[in-house]
Design a protein around this ligand. Structure first.
Ligand code: PGA
Length: 248
């Protein structure tokens, strides 16, 4: 079965609740399609108003993060139960900004991934190397480690429904997009790795996105690669251009 494309916006720490509603209303007619899953991952406080604004459209509202416990004394965190109750189905896990600024390790990412699956949330599991790591030639080793640990104790059935986002850190927010062949090469390697950890069926089912300075100009070429099933889009997801990226 052909994999369905999935294009997700990552709003990061942008948009107040009022602005979120405006942006959803602006983008609603522009991201209309039956061919691609369209997800807006928004700040926690924007989830409910964005969900309201997106009603009746093809937009899925997702989260940018969640904690790995259901409830308790974890001041400031957001629980998977809260996301599920709000109607969320997708959650970004282990974004490089979470790893870099908030100390998320591969082990924490794994706990969050397991927790997401426990509550039937689809994790968008992020991985990616820094410029130094690429120059040192350890990109593939690093991605293998990130993915292997992220998927520890995840069943094949669960893994088949996962989304993996390959986001080279040097391409995020820098305007320096990976070349199509660089992106395809790593996404293909991730698929091979999934077939090693699980099996061919799982590898063929898992959806792999590219992320890092995707624009309306680069989306079509990137998303037409055999192992790239869509994108995770930061900056450009806040603009009308996101419509062009979705309808690449
Ligand atoms: P960018 O961000 O598109 O602004 O580079 C991508 C991401 O961090 O998910």
């Amino acid at each position: 079965m052909a994999r369905r494309k999935i294009v997700a916006g990552n709003w990061k720490m942008n948009m107040t609740p009022t602005q979120a509603v405006e942006l959803v209303n602006t983008l609603k007619p522009l991201v209309k399609t039956n061919d691609v899953d369209v997800i807006f991952c928004v700040p926690a406080i924007d989830i409910i108003p964005a969900m309201e604004a997106a009603k009746g459209s093809n937009i899925n509202i997702g989260a940018e993060n969640m904690y790995f416990e259901d409830s308790g004394a974890y001041t400031g965190e957001i629980s998977p139960l809260m996301l599920v109750d709000a109607g969320v189905k997708y959650v970004i896990i282990g974004h490089s900004e979470r790893r870099e600024y908030f100390g998320e390790t591969d082990e924490i990412v794994n706990k969050k991934v397991l927790k997401a699956f426990e509550h039937n949330l689809t994790p968008i599991v992020c991985c990616g190397e820094s410029l130094t790591q690429r120059e040192q030639g350890v990109t593939f080793d690093l991605i293998r480690q990130q993915i292997k640990i992220a998927f520890q104790n995840v069943s094949a059935e669960q893994a088949q429904t996962a989304v993996i986002a390959y986001e080279p850190i040097w391409a995020i927010g820098t305007g320096k997009v990976a070349t199509t062949s660089q992106a395809q090469e790593v996404c293909a390697a991730i698929r091979v790795l999934i077939s090693e950890i699980y099996d061919q069926t799982t590898a063929l089912a898992v959806r792999i996105q590219y992320g890092g300075s995707v624009t309306a100009d680069t989306a079509a070429d990137l998303f037409s690669q055999p192992d790239i099933d869509g994108g995770l889009v930061g900056g450009a997801s806040l603009k009308p251009d996101f419509g062009k990226i979705v309808n690449h």
